[in-house]
Design a protein around this ligand. Structure first.
Ligand code: NAD
Ligand code: MG
Length: 386
């Protein structure tokens, strides 16, 4: 029995994780669940999985939830202390980090400090604090398993090989909904167009990140830390069919790839049960039904966000945390209809331009630069007509 705390259980990754848990009751037990605003779904999950602990954002939500639960022994906590309690619960062996955004950093770091293994979906943790997190993982000796499909593909393509034989990592990207749109039309795309991802069904923030290709940029930074490989050895190929989930090229010219239909249950299950494999309900891949697998170099003029992520990696120190925070604020402004799609990248670049990168030596310092970048981006957005 693997005992799990699932942070962000009502989100896209959280729900898929619980589907795997439900399909393998002999393997998993749920110790803690946490959610943001979707109290009704959390209530259903509590009744179904009977965790010891459930966590919501506010005291008011905690009160409401207590009133709506019919009996049971689940303790209800709230806020960051509640998230930390879920991440560090004594019985928990593995924490599934599936909160969206930098809000996932503190509980994920707490899980690692407490010696828990982590199945990491929350890429923002490594983008904002990669060197600190990987330092903690080395010190504690716990395992960090990638949930992100590209990183899971790289992890799988590394099995049985020596790290020193890796020449480069090739992350694949679908190109999102605007891959074929003439760049001049990008300024006019609607929120609904941007949320209409061709291959993956995901939470809103990562869906917009996929449309700008910031998602791939964040994944380049995530790969840099997870696999301890410099940015210049991480390439991105647009692969609109999303069948090859990423590749590793070795010094002898051989390339290992991992394929499958796009369904997050496969990488989630691999992170939960590594090195074993279990049934996931993912549709089998039938290559004969595909019309072809195609690959393209990314177009930096259409996707400036990817260029900005490589720049943040090169600038180093606090710059990736600034990139991430500015992106979260700009994506939120786009989703609220306040700025056009193309302003997302322009706002991020303007914030990066006024930031002096400096060393971050603690999670508190990461949070402080995150706050600075959010304030600066909001200020930029309120002053300028992006
Ligand atoms: P989502 O928006 O569907 O779900 C996010 C979860 O976090 C929800 O349970 C929500 O209630 C909770 N949450 C949101 N803000 C919170 C806060 N401030 N404090 C506490 N909880 C909060 O997001 P998602 O698509 O499931 O993505 C989760 C993470 O996984 C992201 O970091 C994303 O980049 C990564 N990821 C997602 C996918 C995918 O297919 N959805 C694929 C790869 C990586
Ligand atoms: Mg991904």
């Amino acid at each position: 029995m693997k005992k799990l705390s699932i942070l962000g259980s009502t989100g896209s990754i959280g729900v898929s994780t619980l589907e795997i848990v439900a399909a393998h009751p002999d393997r998993f037990e749920v110790v803690a669940l946490t959610a943001g605003n979707n109290l009704e779904l959390l209530r259903q999950q509590i009744e179904r999985f009977r965790p010891q602990l459930a966590v919501v954002l506010t005291e008011a939500s905690a009160k409401t939830l207590r009133q709506t639960l019919s009996g049971g022994k689940t303790e209800i906590l709230h806020g960051v202390p509640g998230l930390i309690a879920a991440a560090t619960a004594t019985e928990t062996e593995m924490v599934v980090a599936a909160i969206v955004g930098a809000a996932g950093l503190v509980p994920t770091a707490a899980a690692i400090s407490a010696g828990k293994d982590v199945a990491l979906a929350n890429k923002e943790t490594l983008v904002t604090a990669g060197h600190l997190i990987m330092g903690m993982v080395r010190e504690k000796g716990n395992r960090l398993y990638p949930v992100d499909s590209e990183h899971s593909a790289v992890f799988q393509s590394l099995q049985g090989h020596r790290a020193e034989d890796v020449k480069r990592i090739i992350l694949t990207a679908s190109g999102g909904p605007f891959f074929n749109l003439p760049p001049v039309r990008l300024a006019q795309v609607s929120i609904a167009d941007a949320l209409n991802h061709p291959n993956w069904s995901m939470g809103q923030k990562i869906t917009i990140d996929s449309a700008t290709m910031m998602n791939k940029g964040l994944e380049v930074i995530e790969a840099r830390w997870l696999f301890d490989i410099p940015g210049e050895k991480i390439a991105v190929n647009i692969h609109p069919q999303s069948i090859i989930h990423s590749m590793v090229e070795y010094v002898d010219g051989c390339v290992m790839a991992q394929l499958g239909v796009p369904d997050m249950k496969a990488p989630i299950a691999y992170a939960l049960t590594y090195p074993e494999r279990v049934s996931t309900g993912v549709k089998p891949l039938d290559l004969t039904t595909l019309s072809g697998l195609t690959f393209f170099a990314p177009d930096n003029s259409r996707f400036p966000a990817l260029r900005l992520a490589y720049r943040a990696l090169l600038d180093g120190e606090s710059m990736p945390a600034v990139l991430n925070a500015a992106n979260e604020v700009a994506v939120e402004a786009f989703l609220e209809g306040k700025i056009p799609f193309t302003a997302i990248s322009r706002a991020i670049e303007s914030t990066m331009d006024v930031h002096q990168p400096h060393v971050l030596s603690s999670i508190e310092e990461v949070l402080s630069v995150d706050r600075w970048a959010r304030d600066k981006t909001r200020e930029m957005l309120s002053l300028s007509r992006f």
